[in-house]
Design a protein around this ligand. Structure first.
Ligand code: MN
Length: 425
């Protein structure tokens, strides 16, 4: 299923005059403050976030899973769903595959399908946190960290297979997230587990094509509840440095202990040129994988402040790979992703409004009050008309959730696919 652009235009027409009034008011205010409206809109249009292939169906918890119905059961349908999201938002121009959940059968056809939806393949994700059918060895006691060399070799080979698959699709990076860790004190020799992980990652790194990047994700706990081998950004950075120039740390917002200062982590990594990728979600307690911006929008804004600063001042850091890594337990997954994209755009737009020169001056004058005023003035600005203007310019919907509902897209998907449940998770 593909959206006819005329349908979006018809829906937009109904909102155009209200939008224009809102936009003129905001643009006037922002111009008075010295902002260049056109430049802001261009930056918003250019900002694209990858959608992971496993996020298009209802997620679940260990207590159950409630299907949304009409979920995609093939890779083709998953691409179709990302295509729908991208048509409405014009900010989801990439898909991130999870292997082995989404291995293409016909690479040429899959590439053409993605292309027809204006989508590229972003980072590919390996999976050594589950045992795969027909695999001789189990990851129950770890994969890249395992004490048994044969298990490690199997996990390394899997990552090499994932790289080969990604390479055929035009991906340029591999994301490694490990569940490796210990559930109880004494279970692991920490040093041996870290050393094995390091050697395994180095083997994977060496096998990558020259233009590929390796992203190393960290997480403090879960599914192992005593320790994880790559528990924090420091460990990830250390491993990345030991691999080489094209290895980077990947920050997932949910992979921190409560109240961690994530914006400072972002800032440090970008200064060192080592922030490779970024996974968006939101959380109240742990790795809750909730809709981006639904719990802590101010925190997201502060993180974007550092991302914007880094993108403008740290040429040593490559442009990060953005991806939504959330789970949708009770909402329609496509609506949830659209809400996440809106929250990301909002935080980005607000961060772009921060007057960095004034902020620097206030910092040098030790004017703490003014520093807060400058930052919060940007945060308190309602930037939604700016985001809508970017949507109009790129051919998206002024209000994507409203358009999704008015077009009855979930009902149409159910009519086509029935009560199908997404494959993968
Ligand atoms: Mn993640």
């Amino acid at each position: 299923m593909k959206l006819d652009h005329n349908h979006i235009e018809t829906i937009n027409k109904k909102e155009l005059s209200q939008h224009q009034a809102d936009f003129d008011f905001l643009a006037n205010r922002l111009e008075q403050k010295g902002n260049h409206i056109n430049g802001l809109i261009e930056k918003l249009c250019a900002f694209q976030v990858a959608i992971p292939s496993w996020a298009l169906g209802a997620g679940g918890t260990r207590f159950g899973r409630f299907s949304t119905k009409g979920e995609p059961s093939t890779l083709e349908q998953k691409i179709e769903d990302v295509g729908l999201i991208h048509s409405l938002t014009k900010t989801a121009g990439a898909i991130s595959l999870h292997i082995p959940w989404d291995v293409p059968k016909d690479y040429k056809a899959i590439k053409e399908l993605a292309d027809s939806h204006d989508l590229i393949f972003d980072a590919v994700n390996s999976n050594t946190f589950q045992d795969q059918k027909n695999s001789p060895f189990s990851y129950k006691f770890g994969s890249l960290c395992n004490t048994d060399q044969k298990v490690r070799e199997q996990a390394i080979q899997h990552n090499m297979d994932v790289i080969a698959i990604g390479d055929k699709l035009g991906s340029k990076s591999l994301t490694v997230w490990l569940a490796d860790g210990a559930s109880f004190p004494g279970q692991h020799n920490f040093q041996a587990a870290l050393t094995n992980t390091q050697y395994s990652l180095q083997s994977i790194y060496k096998s990558m094509p020259q233009d590929w990047k390796l992203f190393i994700e960290y997480k403090p706990y879960e599914p192992n509840f005593y320790s994880t081998v790559i528990q924090d950004w420091g460990t990830s950075l250390m491993l990345a440095n030991e691999c080489g120039e094209r290895a980077y740390t990947l920050v997932d917002l949910g992979h921190h202990l409560p109240n961690t200062n994530i914006e400072q982590i972002v800032s440090t990594l970008m200064l060192k040129g080592k922030l490779g990728g970024f996974h968006f979600n939101d959380s109240k307690y742990g790795d809750d994988d909730l809709t981006v911006g639904s719990i802590k929008p101010y925190s997201l804004f502060l993180i974007f402040n550092e991302l914007v600063y880094g993108m403008e001042n740290n040429p040593q850091n490559p442009y990060p790979a953005w991806m939504i890594d959330a789970s949708h337990n009770i909402k329609d997954p496509l609506e949830d992703i659209i809400q996440s994209l809106e929250a990301i755009q909002e935080a980005y737009a607000k961060a772009l409004l921060i007057d960095q020169n004034k902020l620097r001056e206030a910092q040098l004058n030790y004017d703490v009050t003014l520093c807060q005023e400058i930052i919060q003035d940007a945060f308190r600005t309602d930037v939604r008309p700016l985001i809508a203007a970017a949507k109009i310019r790129s051919g998206g919907a002024i209000n994507p959730i409203k358009a999704y509902r008015e077009l009855g897209l979930r009902s149409k998907l159910i009519a086509k696919r029935g009560n199908s449940v997404a494959s993968g998770l």
